[in-house]
Design a protein around this ligand. Structure first.
Ligand SMILES: [Zn+2]
Length: 125
């Protein structure tokens, strides 16, 4: 029996396989970086817990914000890895234009092309 040929249309990526592998590597490395950053912030939060002087409170709040940002970035990166997996990576989510490799290399979790403002992933933390 022959396998069905009625597969959903697969979009041919404008990115070569090598480039996708390279970008995937950047994303995986960023996941580890952000996880370590989050752990560092959380350790500091735990260390400062219970201290009530202004400096400690401020430092704890900054660390909490840092941990939250790292968590958001990890989620962005994981979504980008999912898009690589399902073949939707590298296309602008708003205007459907291909996102140039150079932009993805700088911000591998980018969802939008340069022309579409807003909603950029918080890569630079
Ligand atoms: Zn766009």
């Amino acid at each position: 029996m022959r396998a069905s040929l009625e597969l959903p249309p697969v979009r041919v990526s404008h990115l070569s396989r090598n480039r996708l592998v390279q970008l995937r590597g950047l994303l995986v490395a960023e996941t580890a970086t952000q996880a370590a950053r989050r752990a560092g912030h959380e350790a500091l939060v735990a260390q400062l817990r219970g201290l009530t002087d202004a400096d400690s409170v401020l430092e704890r709040e900054l660390a909490e914000a840092g941990a939250a940002r790292a968590q958001v970035t990890v989620a962005d990166v994981e979504q980008a890895l999912e898009r690589i997996g399902n073949g939707t990576y590298g296309w602008c989510e708003r205007c459907d234009a291909p996102i140039p490799f150079e932009r993805l290399e700088a911000i591998p979790s980018a969802r939008l092309c340069v022309a579409c403002p807003g909603l950029h992933a918080g890569w630079q933390l």
